[in-house]
Design a protein around this ligand. Structure first.
Ligand code: GBH
Length: 446
């Protein structure tokens, strides 16, 4: 029923969920208001040298105060779905105990504003802003943090559950593992491989416990994990490169997908970690059953492929964006979506992030010409459309990001938004890509 082919226009299903995404610490600012506690990113961004220019999320895009204006922008774009995250330290300043009403009220106002404008709320429970008090008690290295997360999730479900149609548990557990605990470029800035994979297990456990909390609340909302997946290709034709790419895929993709959707960790990764690793020793009977509690959908975030050499290094094949880790390869979107459906069955999928940073400036005529973003999104949407035509149950697509924002260690230098933010005045300006995306949504394709 979906017309395909190189000549005709691409038309998406009429109920396709055209969306855009953000996260709390990256846009909200107001880090000291209404009883919010400190998060690991407040701490980390203040350590000299950790973020570009010493940038922090203290003000960011000031969304906490400007959410009504931002809701109007979303309506003007015609968005059908908005993915945002809830700041754990706004709800539980110390990571535990009774929820902070003023924190809940902010998200209630935001969610009501979405409903008033006919936009479906998709809320992520954790987008990396762990309460600092929990980090002080060993953070995700402690199994107890998974239980603290389930309590937090339960509070949020009780207060907001009926108003949110889709919950996402943990944004990109892999990025916490790799950037937080292997490379150290993200909070909490550790470089400890043995800790990293124990953290992976506790993040997976936290996800499963939150899914069970939602089910126990008899909610009609849907819930799923949000994974950044990377197609891993051998860099050459050698059997060594094929084997190295297979193991790389284990660490990038199957570690998360298999535990969530098959109820087991991949044997090659477990063997590689070794029986004496903290992770393998930290897995208890019943954990995998919790982790693989049935979910309603899987959220996929795709940015870049990885090419793996015979000796297990990654190699660049395609031109990069302004982010040197991002090779631009739209076919990777098709490959990862069809692979998930092939290997894990027809679970409903949503793309919750896809985008790139561009060197945007506000022109003297008041416009922002981000032609590169239009090309990128057009090519990745075309690949997603081919995946749908091939039978992938993809229900929605969210551009990362709605607004320019605090890009973690890169601070405000990288601009990922459909909407330009002039940080000196906090004025919002729709980029050319935003006008283009509005017409794509209105036409149902391009
Ligand atoms: C997503 O991460 C995040 O969910 C989102 O918050 C973020 O703003 C967006 O993408 C854009 O980056 O240079 O070696 O430190 C995507 C996965 C993981 C990609 C961390 C960049 C940094 C690698 N990201 N990685 S390094």
């Amino acid at each position: 029923s979906i017309p395909t082919g190189p000549t005709g226009p691409l038309r998406f299903p009429s109920d396709f969920g055209w969306g855009a995404a953000t996260s709390a610490y990256q846009i909200e600012g107001a880090t000291k208001e209404d009883g919010r506690g400190e998060s690991v990113w407040d701490t980390f961004s203040r350590v000299p040298g950790r973020t570009r220019n010493g940038d922090t999320g203290d003000v960011a895009a000031d969304h906490y105060h400007r959410y009504a204006e931002d809701l109007d922008l979303m309506r003007d774009l015609g968005l059908r779905s908005y993915r945002f995250s809830i700041s754990w330290p706004r709800i539980q300043p110390d990571g535990t105990g009774a929820p902070n009403q003023r924190g809940l009220d902010f998200y209630r106002r935001l969610i009501d504003g979405l409903h008033e404008r006919g936009i479906e709320p998709m809320a992520t429970l954790f987008h990396w802003d762990l309460p600092q008090a929990l980090q002080d008690a060993d953070g995700w290295e402690s199994r107890d943090t998974a239980h603290r997360f389930a309590d937090y999730a339960d509070s949020v479900f009780s207060a907001l559950g009926d108003r949110v149609s889709v919950w996402l548990t943990i944004n990109e557990p892999k990025t916490v593992v790799q950037n937080g605990y292997l490379i150290g470029h993200h909070a909490p800035g550790r470089q400890d491989p043995d800790a990293a994979y124990l953290v992976a297990h506790h993040l997976q456990l936290a996800h499963g416990l939150a899914v069970r909390a939602l089910r126990a609340a008899n909610s009609t909302s849907r819930i799923g994990p949000a994974l950044n997946l990377h197609p891993c290709y051998p860099a050459d034709d050698s059997p060594e490169a094929a084997a190295a790419a297979q193991l790389y895929d284990g660490y990038e993709n199957r570690l998360y997908l298999d535990s969530l959707l098959k109820g087991s960790y991949p044997q090659d990764v477990l063997a590689d970690l070794g029986s004496r690793s903290r992770m393998v020793r930290g897995i208890r009977d019943g954990d995998l059953a919790v982790i693989s509690s049935p979910v309603d959908l899987l959220a996929v975030q795709y940015y870049t492929p990885i090419y793996v050499t015979a000796d297990g290094r990654s190699e660049q094949r395609w031109p990069t964006s302004e982010a040197e880790w991002q090779q631009i390869y739209p076919d990777g979107m098709y490959d990862i979506l069809t692979r998930v459906t092939r290997d894990y069955g027809p679970i409903p999928l949503t793309v919750t992030e896809n985008g790139l940073p561009t060197p945007d400036t506000l022109g003297t005529d008041g416009t922002v010409d981000d032609a590169g973003r239009i090309t990128f999104l057009r090519d990745h949407l075309a690949a997603a459309h081919r995946a749908i035509a091939a039978g992938v149950p993809l229900e929605s697509f969210h551009v990362w990001s709605l607004l320019d924002n605090f890009e973690w260690a890169e601070g405000y230098d990288q601009r990922w938004g459909l909407v330009y933010v002039d940080y000196a005045t906090q004025r919002r300006v729709l980029k050319r890509s935003a006008h283009w995306y509005r017409s794509v949504i209105a036409e149902g394709g391009f």
